[in-house]
Design a protein. Structure first.
Ligand code: SF4
Length: 709
């Protein structure tokens, strides 16, 4: 028996065919008919079935304890949810609705995101829901909103084959979005004139394949992009017609970028001015200019400005809304996009509405009906939630499918915050989640292939994921856990669902008339057509959606008419200052640490860490350090070292390499607790600084020193 589904790791959203043998054994292969991956899978996707078949770490039944000194006891679903509802009601009555919070995940399906939002924002009356997507995409969200009027990725994967210049900044798609990268490589192999420019202080596999690598100093991305902007203006590569008719803000932008000469900019970035000129020339002469970025821009204390500085290059050259052209933020998680669409951040409501907008609140309140009261104040964001737990302002947190003890910055502070919390609910698939020992209640969730729902990938492509096998023990789909809890809270009339199809249908109705209208999408359509790219309003598609074929349907590109989602329909070019506000280095902590992913691991390794084949690539954490810095700090290759920062330390083996520039070192972010110690956890070192607008943490810039152990 075969089933078509979607990979649950990264935002590429590859189609997968799952085969179920009569003996229950599962195999996976790439779905040749899926428009995103065309049959290809990366190492993580190819080994996905092992994570399902190995159930040794699964949480199997609800558990509860009356205080933290007691052991966990197996309880019924009713007992776990009734007690949690009683605790939540008590806190809400005594301290107000903002005393409770949900911290969810880009792994959650759209329906799950929607339900948690509806519950807390609409019925509990607090906007305290945030997601680990806050840690990876929120700077891009704000960047798109400020420049294009809404959080809208304008391009599609088919733009890869239409582009002739790829500008990859702060991203390593060769490892982190491998299937997109293979499409880029194949396109370049067939079209040798295609240029790849990589901007990264590390010589990654992406940088190795590039025609031009600019290993800039950490934190100087805006300096570089403003310098390229200046060159594009000076060399006459800008699109005056586009600027005149479709964009505002150009004069202020020109004034800003003219403040620094090319030589000054190159000096600040630590690269050759000729290389900056070369990049500008290739961009200026290109027919298709596609920029790709991820955490190197987003995870920054100036992440929004970094996004704007890059998007500006598209707006001044008019390279948007045309095949092969546009800014393309690559999402890290499989359903970070779906979460954003349903309002899964503390400051937004479904369909990209805003909690601070009274009209938007009224629209959603009227739709949800019942005792709905949406607060006007944005809720606590990811880092704010743990700060609020630490100072006692937040009493209860419900953590769904994410592992903040490893993934949040300043992880030691997160650990203290969880210890201080009055009530912690952990809803997860795996007992490997580092939050489990801190929980008062543990709820077992169904995993990939064990529940149905939808996800949206990085190109706005919605896919349906079927339930293929039974969940083990008493594990339940996340959506069902939430609607059962809502019923226990007394909101049964509004959470009386028979299945997730009903939840999805309700969500789509809330998008009617918005820029992300998906009223034409249903489970039934998705099962027939495989995927749909939003927007896809009801009755708007001229294609015959009733035929059973794999012709992609929906909207490939946005802004093809150059009418943007701003009030005056003009894009906004922003003059952004090029300063950085990261933690300063000094004599005690002279090196900059950046964290990131490695090829075969996924986030905190609760899944990929169990697959022997994937562990072979890089079995242990390591610190990349430049030979000059190693010499200065007395470090030998392979030696155990202590990486020490202002908040904690990490012990790993040193890897001396000039793949990092001098002054920079790199630590993978995946490892958490090993041998009952957290000394491998990169986020022992990172700080809680966030971008003031996106509230995304500054993971890529931490002041450290390195000592022999
Ligand atoms: Fe899965 Fe991403 Fe690999 Fe595709 S590229 S198989 S979505 S991890």
């Amino acid at each position: 028996m075969t089933h078509q589904t979607t990979c649950c790791y990264c935002g590429v959203g590859c189609g997968i065919v799952v085969r179920q043998e009569p003996n229950g054994r599962l195999t996976v292969e790439g779905d040749k008919q899926h428009p995103s991956n065309r049959g290809m899978l990366c190492s993580k996707g190819m080994n996905l079935h092992y994570t399902v078949m190995d159930q040794s770490d699964r949480l199997l039944y609800p558990q509860m304890r009356l205080n933290r000194s007691m052991p966990m006891q197996r309880v019924s679903w009713d007992a776990a949810l009734e007690r949690t509802a009683a605790v939540f009601k008590t806190f809400i009555q005594k301290y107000g609705p903002d005393s409770v919070a949900f911290y969810v995940s880009g792994q959650c399906l759209t329906e799950e995101y929607y339900l948690v939002n509806k519950l807390i924002k609409g019925f509990i009356g607090s906007n305290n829901i945030d997601t680990n997507s806050r840690l990876c995409m929120s700077s891009a969200v704000v960047g798109y909103k400020l420049s294009l009027g809404e959080d809208s990725v304008p391009v599609c994967y088919d733009d890869i084959e239409e582009a002739d210049v790829f500008y990859v900044q702060g991203a390593n798609p060769a490892w982190c979005h491998p299937i997109l990268w293979r499409r880029i490589e194949a396109h370049k192999a067939a079209n040798p004139h295609v240029k790849i420019i990589c901007i990264d202080p590390r010589r990654t596999d992406t940088a190795r394949s590039a025609d031009l690598h600019l290993p800039i100093r950490p934190g100087t991305d805006i300096v570089l992009n403003n310098a390229i902007g200046r060159l594009l203006i000076e060399k006459g590569f800008i699109d005056n017609e586009f600027i005149c008719n479709h964009a505002d803000g150009f004069e202020a932008y020109r004034e800003q970028v003219m403040q620094r000469t090319l030589v000054e900019a190159a000096d600040l970035c630590g690269v050759d001015p000729d290389d900056i000129e070369q990049a500008a020339y290739w961009i200026g002469r290109s027919k298709g200019f596609l920029s790709l970025w991820t955490m190197g821009l987003n995870q920054s204390v100036v992440g929004v400005n970094k996004n704007l500085a890059l998007i500006n290059l598209h707006l001044i050259t008019g390279r948007i809304g045309k095949p092969g052209n546009g800014p393309f933020s690559l999402t890290g998680q499989p359903n970070a996009m779906g979460g954003r669409e349903t309002g899964g951040l503390a400051n937004v409501l479904p369909a990209h509405r805003d909690v601070t907008n009274a009209v938007h609140r009224a629209e959603v309140e009227a739709f949800w009906q019942g005792p709905v009261r949406i607060a006007a104040k944005p809720g606590l964001t990811a880092t704010e939630m743990f700060d609020a737990l630490a100072d006692g302002q937040l009493k209860a947190i419900w953590i769904i499918n994410t592992n903040p003890m490893v993934s949040m910055p300043n992880a030691n502070a997160v650990e203290k915050a969880l210890k201080n919390a009055r009530y912690v609910v952990v809803q997860d698939v795996s007992n490997r989640a580092d939050t489990v020992p801190f929980a008062d209640v543990v709820l077992p969730a169904a995993a990939w292939l064990e529940k149905e729902g939808t996800m949206t990938n990085a190109e706005r492509r919605i896919a349906y994921l079927p339930s293929v096998i039974d969940a083990p023990g008493e594990a339940l789909p996340d959506a069902e856990i939430i609607w059962r809890f809502a019923q226990k809270m007394g909101f049964g009339d509004s959470f009386n669902y028979a299945n997730t199809a009903e939840v999805y249908q309700e969500y789509t109705q809330l998008t009617a008339g918005t820029n992300i209208d998906v009223t034409g999408v249903s489970y039934e359509l998705l099962k027939r057509k495989r995927t749909v790219q939003w927007p896809f309003p009801a009755n708007s598609e001229p294609l015959d959606v009733n035929t059973d074929n794999n012709v992609p349907i929906g909207t490939k590109r946005l802004f093809t008419d150059h009418r943007f989602y701003t009030p005056n329909e003009r894009a906004q070019i922003h003059a952004v200052p090029d300063g950085n506000a990261s933690e300063p280095t000094d004599d005690d902590f002279p090196l900059v640490l950046t964290t990131g992913r490695i090829r075969d691991q996924w986030h905190t390794m609760t899944k990929t860490g169990r697959v022997a084949k994937l562990n072979q690539h890089s079995p242990q954490p390591f610190l990349q350090i430049h030979p000059d810095d190693a010499r200065t700090h007395g470090i030998r290759d392979g030696q155990l070292v202590v990486v020490r920062g202002r908040r904690g330390e990490v012990r790993v083996k040193a890897k001396i390499t000039d793949d990092v520039r001098s002054g920079l070192c790199f630590l993978p972010m995946h490892w958490g607790k090993i041998l009952n110690s957290n000394l491998n956890r990169a986020n022992n070192l990172t700080n809680s600084l966030v971008d003031p607008r996106s509230k995304e943490p500054d993971f890529k810039f931490t002041a450290v020193t390195v000592l022999p152990y």
